[in-house]
Design a protein around this ligand. Structure first.
Ligand SMILES: CC(C)(COP(=O)(O)OP(=O)(O)OC[C@H]1O[C@@H](n2cnc3c(N)ncnc32)[C@H](O)[C@@H]1OP(=O)(O)O)[C@@H](O)C(=O)NCCC(=O)NCCS
Length: 144
């Protein structure tokens, strides 16, 4: 399957998926989950065969560096490659913006997912929104 860049018309469904995963499943406060970066981020999504948004993630540019975040896959369809497809599309979008490295704050249980996608952990584990995280980085090359 292939992820694509989300449009403004997709946003309500993207936001609803994020609420299900981060707020309802993980207990992140709604006003922390949604932030001002959503307005300027590049959002990616995958729709399933019935047209439902089942995976999403976003790309920000901060201090000239690509930052991936808010990776969320519908709980019913995890482990089927949707998350990897979203990440690949965000990498592609970052390369299109001329960026050469991507960083993210991985929830510790998801660390293996990002390692599979070429990321390496840097530094210690810390807490963010009540969840243990570790910073991870990956070079970007010819992803387009
Ligand atoms: C983390 C998450 C986005 C992964 O998405 P997914 O669609 O389930 O993952 P994929 O099926 O694309 O997995 C790609 C690869 O990573 C591996 N993988 C997936 N989750 C993993 C995990 N938690 N630990 C180790 N490896 C993992 C898969 O086995 C697969 O490996 P393969 O290429 O050898 O087959 C998803 O589980 C999720 O939404 N979790 C809840 C929200 C969350 O924690 N988000 C991350 C915040 S940092």
């Amino acid at each position: 399957m292939r992820a694509r860049r989300a449009t403004a018309a997709d946003w309500p469904e993207v936001a609803a998926l994020r609420t299900r995963v981060f707020v309802e499943e993980q207990g992140v406060p709604a006003d922390v989950e949604r932030d001002e970066h959503d307005a300027t981020a590049v959002h990616a999504l995958v729709r399933d065969e019935r047209g439902r948004v089942v995976a999403t993630g976003r790309l920000l540019v901060r201090d000239g560096r690509a930052v991936v975040g808010r990776m969320a896959v519908d709980t019913a369809v995890r482990g089927r490659g949707y998350g990897a497809a979203v990440l690949a599309e965000l990498h592609r979008q970052a390369v299109l913006l001329g960026l050469t490295e991507v960083e993210l704050h991985a929830q510790v249980p998801a660390r293996g997912f990002y390692e599979r996608a070429g990321y390496t952990a840097v530094g210690d584990v810390y807490e963010e929104a009540g969840i243990a995280h570790v910073t991870m980085r990956r070079p970007l090359a010819d992803e387009v």
